[in-house]
Design a protein around this ligand. Sequence first.
Ligand code: NAD
Ligand code: DAU
Length: 346
Amino acid sequence: MVTGGAGFIGSNFVRYMLDKYPDYRILVYDKLTYAGNLDNLLDVDDAPRYSFVKGDICDADAAAQAIKTHQIDTIVNFAAESHVDRSIMDPDAFIKTDVYGTYVLLEAARQFKLERVHQVGTDEVYGHIEGTHRSVETDPVAPRSPYAASKTSADLMTIAYHVTYGLPVTITRGANNIGPYQYPEKVVPLFVTNAIDDQSLPVYGDGRQRRDYQFVLDHCEGIDVVLHRGKLGEIYNVGTGSEMENLAMVEILLDELGKPTSLIRHVEDRPGHDRRYCLNVDKLKALGWQPRYTHEEAIRQTVRWYVANEWWWRKIKSGEFKEYYRRLYGDRQALDTSTTNRSGWQ
Ligand code: NAD
Ligand code: DAU
C-alpha cells in the first residue's frame, strides 16, 4: 500500500516498483489533496496489479478497510503535506497529516501485524547544516520549519513504535527531489514553467542556499533497497552526497531552456530559510545502492520533461495554483540585485 502514491515521488515509486517486480500488487491510497493527481498514474491505470482507493491516512476506519480488503503486507508512507512555504502560511494540515496520519498508519500496521511500514522522511529534519558537515543518521534532529517539525515527529513516532511494540519499520530521509510530475509549487518545476512563459523566477534572498537536487528515480531506488535489504528500526539517508547553490541550479535550468538570466528576480527570503542541507549517504551505499544522476543531469532531464509535458502542468497552473501564487508571491518585495552575486556556474 503506497500512501500518497498520487503525488510526485509516490507516483514515480509506483511506476518503478510495478516495472521492477512483476509479481507485486500495489494499492495507492491517497486523499487527492491539491498535490495528488491521478494524471500522474495514467500510464499504470489499467495495469491489473495496480489499484487505487481514495482515502485519508488520518481516517483509521478507512485505512483499516483498505488494508483488509487488499490484503496489504507492507505500507510505504509518502502521504504528507510536503511544501515548506505552505507550512509557513498554514501549518494545520501538516500536523494533521504528517504527524497524526503517520500515527494512524503505525497503529493500523500494529493491529494487522503488517510485515513492514516504511516511512518516507526528509533531510530537513537535521535543520540548517553548518560548514562542510554532512548529516549522518545519528545526528540530532533540529527541524526549523513547521513542515520539518511535522516530518521529524513522524520519524520519532515511527522509531517509538519499533522500540515499544517491535513494529517492523524502516525510514529513509531524502534530499531535494526533482523529476517528472512534481507539483509546480516546488522550485525547479516552478522556475521551468515560469521561464517557458518568460515570467520571472522569484529567487529567495541571495540564492546562495545550498541543496542536493536529486533525480527522483535515485530516491525510488534507494527506498526499494531499504525495503529489501535495510535493517529493521534503522534510518537511511538518500541523496547524491553533494550539494549546489540554488543560483547554480537556476543557471543550468535556464541554459537548458535557452532562456536569459535576466528572468531571475531576487525576492524577500523565506522566513527561517535553512541555508544548507547536505547528507552523508554511506550507510545506504553500504547496502549496494549508488546514485545514478548528477545534479546537472537531474536538472536537465527534469527541464526536458516539463518542456515535453505541457498537457500535465498547464492544467495545474491555471487552477487553485493561481490564487496560491498570488498569496505567496504577490506582495513579496524585490531585492536590490546589485549586491547579490551570480553563482559562477559555466
Ligand atoms: P506531494 O505533495 O507531491 O504528494 C503528497 C501526496 O500525499 C499527494 O498525492 C497527496 O494527495 C497525498 N496526501 C496528502 N495528505 C494526505 C492524507 N491525509 N491522506 C492520504 N493522502 C494524502 O509530495 P512529494 O514531494 O511526492 O513527497 C512525498 C513524500 O516524500 C512526503 O512524505 C515528503 O515529506 C517526502 N519527501 C519529499 C521530498 C521532495 O523533495 N519532494 C524529499 C524528501 C522527502
Ligand atoms: O530537502 C528535502 C525537501 O525538499 C523535502 O522534504 C520537501 O518536501 C521539498 O519540498 C523540498 O523542500 P525545499 O524547501 O528545499 O524545496 P523548495 O522547492 O520549496 O525550495 C528549494 C530551494 O529553492 C530552497 O532553498 C528555497 C528556494 N526557493 C523556493 C521557491 C519555491 C526559491 O528561491 N524560490 C521559490 O520560489
